[in-house]
Design a protein around this ligand. Structure first.
Ligand SMILES: *Cc1c(COP(=O)(O)O)cnc(C)c1O
Length: 366
């Protein structure tokens, strides 16, 4: 007797026009983040009457969307981001996808979208990567980025949760996050004019609306000569996170602090994994309010040694410079600190199969 897996429920409709091998090989040489997509996409439809139905992997193609589709007007949409890694033996794995599935369900709940089961989430990524396995690059710091998302597809301009919803997963091969190779520090502007989240808002949900609201502050930081923005809580006293990455502070005595999950911060899978690895490496870690005044004093006195941002796309990014209206401070010597570099290497070694997966974090796709 054979056992069925969640991926078996997805009917495979192969494209008649796959990208030819030679062209694909060329695209995989230097993929720029989010610009190249694979031959297929996974898809499930949902209606209030029928629930989730019609699981399939089909040719990657533009969507048909009614101009009155609710998502275009009221932004009822959520997404996820995770990666598939090719190991040396050719097998393909993802990293803690159950955590992404659980977060996707929490985001759905907050946006009044139907929750997708863990089985359907894992089934979709597994079936898609199986169909497009040749698109998973091999090589240092490469992976296939997976983007599950869900949106209100119902044609209706009334304001209420949609009765028709689409769930899709698309995939995009990615090369090293830092074009120059290695790990480059970024400069951060701390925004006092804008906030990304407030108590009771959608800050803890991974929804497109949060990103839309972060674009203007990001643009302003860029115009001032900074790479990214860090947001503060609504009182302007404590650090929250960047537009798409969590933030951590390494103290000179080895302690690591990071803002606690409070409802206004996205609960990063990378954040949680790093906290585990740091604790195992003997660091005292605490999830507590990170006060801006204490951080700037600590940077000035040398009590703060490293600051880094973390998320699936870049894993860990050292922050070399932190500035706002009334200060401009270099973090350490402005370069990548030893704790950031060591934990980043440890985490990427686990993801890519170079180190043993002692935590059961890897999930086999192919
Ligand atoms: C996705 C995201 C993160 C990082 O989460 P990971 O699970 O580590 O990729 C952090 N902050 C925000 C706002 C995000 O959207």
């Amino acid at each position: 007797m054979s056992t069925t897996t969640p991926a078996d429920l997805f009917e495979l409709h192969r494209t008649d026009h796959p990208v030819p091998d030679e062209e694909r090989a060329k695209l995989l040489e230097h993929p720029r983040f989010g610009t190249v997509f694979t031959d297929h996409m996974a898809r499930i439809g949902w209606t209030a009457d029928g629930g989730w139905a019609n699981r399939r992997v089909e040719p990657y193609a533009p969507l048909v969307l009614d101009p009155a589709a609710a998502v275009l007007h009221y932004g009822q949409e959520i997404f996820e981001g995770l990666k598939a890694y090719r190991h040396a033996d050719g097998s393909i794995w993802s990293f803690r996808p159950q955590a992404n599935a659980a977060r996707f369900a929490r985001s759905a709940h907050r946006l009044a979208l139907p929750e997708l089961s863990e089985d359907d989430f894992l089934g979709a990524i597994t079936a898609l990567v199986a169909a497009d396995r040749d698109w998973v690059p091999s090589g240092e710091e490469t992976s296939l980025y997976l983007r599950p998302f869900m949106y209100a597809a119902e044609r209706f301009l009334g304001v209420r949760p949609a009765n028709a919803v689409e769930f899709l997963t698309i995939a995009s091969p990615v090369g090293p996050y830092f074009a120059s190779g290695g790990v480059q520090p970024v400069s951060i502007w701390i925004s006092t004019d804008f906030h990304r989240a407030g108590p009771g808002g959608t800050g803890a949900a991974k929804c497109g609306g949060n990103y839309a609201a972060s674009l203007l502050p990001q643009q302003e930081a860029y115009a001032k000569g900074f790479d990214q923005v860090c947001f503060l809580d609504v009182a302007g006293e404590t650090l929250e996170e960047l537009g798409g990455m969590n933030v951590m502070v390494v103290h000179a005595d080895g302690r690591v602090t990071t803002p606690a999950i409070s409802g206004t911060i996205l609960e990063g899978v990378t954040r949680s994994s790093i906290l585990t690895l740091l604790a195992e490496a003997g660091h005292e870690v605490s999830e507590e309010p990170v006060r801006l005044d204490e951080l700037t004093a600590g940077l000035a006195s040398g009590e703060v040694a490293e600051v880094f941002a973390c998320g699936t796309a870049a894993v860990m990014t050292p922050i070399g410079r932190l500035a706002s209206d009334d200060f401009d401070l270099t973090v350490g010597d402005g370069g990548a600190g030893p704790v950031t570099v060591a934990i980043r290497e440890q985490l990427t070694d686990i993801q890519t199969g170079r180190a043993a997966d002692l935590h059961g974090w890897l999930y086999r796709l192919v």
